[in-house]
Design a protein around this ligand. Structure first.
Ligand code: CA
Length: 249
């Protein structure tokens, strides 16, 4: 099953710089979104280093066809994230003005009829299947720790003043723990990766409606989602990658 995919990133209506990065490579089945943080443009550096490291990790495998064994995907995802983390930590150590920089990272790897999702931080992966949107990642953020503990509802978390605090990110320590999940892929599935610029402006049911209308055309799906986030205020950079698994297997 070959995916059709498109990615788009937008600075939004309030920020002067865009600290998000993404990659979108349907032939590798590899898709990423990273949302950088840290002053003096350092967030832009962290998210770029993360995306580049992951893409390089998986490109290196490509010449040795038949390609990556899906059973090895979880460990390959973890080692790609560790390499990304190592590069960011090293960059901080050699540039003191980059101290405090970090990034979230969400990766989707589609191999045959299996999808693998790796993530650190609060950038998300979603799956639209049969018209229903489902989150495939659990945010590493303070507000979602409160939701899991039963202290906040999901809708409280959505507009909470502390919603930007991530509890896990690349760059904050030499070791990073990556959550990895697997999802069987079906024809017609639409995956979405996004930074919190989308999810802080739109509720899941709004994303579901937009993606249901446009998901079979990844480019227009990306444009509509970013337009919607900006029409709500565009308070943050918004990045989306839409991966559509086609109907004809
Ligand atoms: Ca953000």
């Amino acid at each position: 099953m070959k995916p059709a995919a498109f990615g788009l990133s937008d600075v939004g209506r309030c920020r002067e710089t865009n600290e998000d990065h993404y990659s979108c490579d349907a032939s590798l089945g590899l898709f990423t979104v990273a949302d950088g943080m840290g002053g003096h443009a350092a967030g832009e550096v962290a998210s770029r280093l993360a995306v580049e490291a992951v893409v390089e990790s998986f490109r290196r495998q490509a010449p040795t066809d038949p390609g990556l064994d899906p059973d090895r995907a979880p460990q390959e995802l973890r080692s790609a994230v560790s390499e990304a983390n190592r590069r960011i930590v090293e960059s901080i150590q050699s540039n003191s003005e980059r101290r405090g920089m970090g990034t979230t990272l969400v990766i989707l790897l589609v191999l045959e009829d299996r999808a693998f999702i790796g993530h650190v931080g609060d950038s998300r992966a979603y799956l639209l299947r049969d018209g229903r949107l489902r989150r495939l990642t659990a945010d590493h953020s303070w507000v979602y720790d409160q939701v899991r503990a039963g202290l906040l509802s999901d809708s409280d978390a959505h507009r909470h003043p502390l919603r930007n605090i991530v509890t896990r990110a690349l760059g904050s320590s030499p070791q990073v723990t990556t959550d990895v999940a697997e999802e069987p892929v079906r024809a017609g599935d639409v995956f979405l990766l996004c930074s919190d610029g989308l999810t802080s402006m739109l509720q899941d049911d709004e994303i579901e409606t937009s993606l249901s209308r446009n998901g079979n055309d990844p480019e227009s799906a990306c444009r509509k989602l970013i337009e919607a986030a900006n029409s709500r205020g565009g308070e943050d950079n918004t990045t989306v990658v839409v991966v559509s698994m086609g109907e004809n297997g």
